[in-house]
Design a protein around this ligand. Structure first.
Ligand code: NAD
Length: 488
């Protein structure tokens, strides 16, 4: 098993050059599986953001006027470079985030490559509409890249979500200043280093640092034409307000509190496998995790038994051990927040069916890590914090329902509306419930089955706007309507 790297000093990447933060400030980069510092990341501020925006502005004209196929070829070359170094990038992702290296190798980094390739292809396929009124007029829509865009991403799927933003932005002809999470900065720097050998200077710039000042300066910089943000609802609301004041377009992908709804007629064996994956993948730190399991009375006991069994089978381990399937949380503060949610739920009357604390046995190397056991709670009221608020950890609640009406009432009864998973073999009910759910994404008899062409995003407090496929390409371009008089 490889050890974590030591003392990796990361830099910003501006105009394809590595640069420390102006003033030299740094933030320690902590390995959450051990609690130890493994290096540092620049603590950037407005001057660094200003330099990156200047570089991106300078590169915009030439990049925007390339044809889509040429931009696509460069994105493919970047994907090749990431793929060629997949093992090292996966290792860095695992060390930064605490996620099992097996997950980084088979999901995070391959998906990052796929994001780059998918939008590389989109660059050559993107077209606009025309509208004809015979003998009167011909209208067509020009779609021009918006300009310099700011991309701000979270720590839970670091390179996966960063590439999900920058790939469509670059494909559409925008230049980018990206601010990755300060908690998981390494793979963004690795990407930037590879991009320096592939993309013209200034097309992709990475500025590391905290949300405030680095992220906030990017949001409010007058040279930034649009913001694409993935992160918490709290920060998303602030970004939405700041963009609103400047009338700057923004796309906000925010938190979730997603129902996983099982009807009596579902295939309980399949449910048993998927409910565990939905609740505990990435230690429950995926915005799409099914953290509220709603089960109809007839299969309640059978589903809960499988969920408990599955949770017990997720043994916390060293993320760098290829056999580990359940790693560390992002940090000790976050782990303590998760623990407080569970304590409060118990004080509110919930029962812990499994988990509910830190593991008492861990491999030697990771004894100081930010671990929390996969946890299942029942006996929760709909108005409890554990049901209403995003915990973003390996904790799920189970609620019993009697009929479809009650299932929908519980499912829709939170401020969030990102995703939902519905399990039934009744075709009519599958359609009916899908239509009635307040969610941007509904899966029927599956969870997190993704086609990158489909719109991705949430309703209510889960966000504004959609990513994915043409939705993303449209966000990064500005439509201009041109009308030609074709009358005699
Ligand atoms: P966060 O909101 O704390 O931080 C996200 C990013 O925003 C980080 O890069 C951070 O430095 C930056 N930031 C913080 N304050 C800022 C400010 N004032 N201005 C500009 N940038 C600022 O979120 P997190 O803890 O990194 O990520 C977890 C959250 O992300 C969860 O709520 C999760 O549901 C959400 N998430 C949503 C999706 C989705 O697609 N809807 C996907 C993944 C994660």
């Amino acid at each position: 098993m490889a050890n974590a790297p030591r003392n990796t000093i990361l830099t910003n990447w501006i105009a394809n050059r590595p640069m420390p933060a102006t003033g030299g400030g740094t933030i320690p980069n902590i390995d959450p599986a051990t609690g130890e510092a493994i290096g540092s990341v620049p603590d950037s501020g407005p001057a660094d953001v200003g330099a990156a925006v200047q570089a991106a502005t300078g590169a915009f004209g030439a990049w925007a006027s390339l044809n889509g196929e040429d931009r696509g070829a460069m994105l493919h070359a970047l994907a090749d470079a990431v793929e060629a170094d997949l093992d090292a990038i996966a290792h860095a992702e695992s060390v930064d985030s605490g996620k099992p290296i097996s997950v980084a190798r088979t999901i995070d980094i391959p998906r990052s490559v796929r994001n780059l390739r998918f939008f590389a292809a989109a660059a050559s396929q993107f077209a606009s509409e025309s509208h004809v009124v015979p003998g009167s007029m011909l209208g067509y829509t020009l779609r021009r890249p918006k300009g310099v865009v700011g991309a701000i991403s979270p720590w839970n799927l670091p390179l996966y979500l960063l590439t999900w933003k920058i790939a469509p932005a670059l494909a559409a002809g925008c230049t980018v200043v990206a601010k990755p999470s300060e908690l998981t900065p390494t793979t963004a720097s690795m990407l930037a280093e590879k991009a320096a050998g592939v993309l013209p200077p200034g097309v992709l710039n990475i500025v590391h640092g905290r949300g405030e000042p680095a992220g906030a300066s990017l949001v409010t910089h007058p040279g930034v034409a649009a913001i694409t943000f993935t992160g918490s609802t709290k920060v998303g609301r602030w970004i939405g307000e700041a963009c609103g004041r400047d009338l700057k377009p923004c796309s906000l992908e925010l938190g979730g509190k997603n129902p996983f709804i099982v009807f009596d007629d579902a295939d309980v064996e399949k449910v048993g496998r998927e409910v565990v994956r939905a609740a505990f993948s990435n230690q429950g730190q995926i915005c799409l995790c099914g953290s509220r399991v709603l089960v109809q009375a007839g299969v309640y006991e059978a589903v809960v038994a499988r969920l408990i069994e599955g949770a017990k089978g997720m043994i916390p381990g060293d993320p760098l051990d290829p056999a580990t399937r359940f790693g560390a949380l992002i940090g000790h503060d976050h782990r303590d927040k998760v623990a407080r949610y569970v304590e409060r739920a118990v004080a509110d009357g919930a029962r812990v069916l499994v988990g509910g604390g830190v593991p008492d046995r861990l491999p030697e190397r990771v004894r100081g890590g930010a671990y929390y056991l996969p946890t299942v709670l029942n006996g929760v009221r709909q108005d409890c914090a554990i049901v209403q608020e995003e915990v973003f950890g390996p904790v799920c609640t189970v609620q019993r329902f009697e009929d479809e009406h009650q299932a929908l009432e519980l499912a829709n009864g939170t401020p969030y509306g990102l995703a939902a998973s519905v399990w039934t073999n009744d075709l009519s009910r599958a359609h009916r419930v899908s239509a009635a759910l307040q969610a941007g994404i509904v899966w029927v008899n599956c969870w997190m089955l993704r086609d990158l062409r489909t719109p991705f995003g949430g309703v209510k407090q889960s966000g504004v706007g959609r990513e994915g496929g043409w939705e993303a390409m449209r966000f990064f371009t500005e439509p201009k309507s041109v009308t030609i008089n074709t009358g005699a």
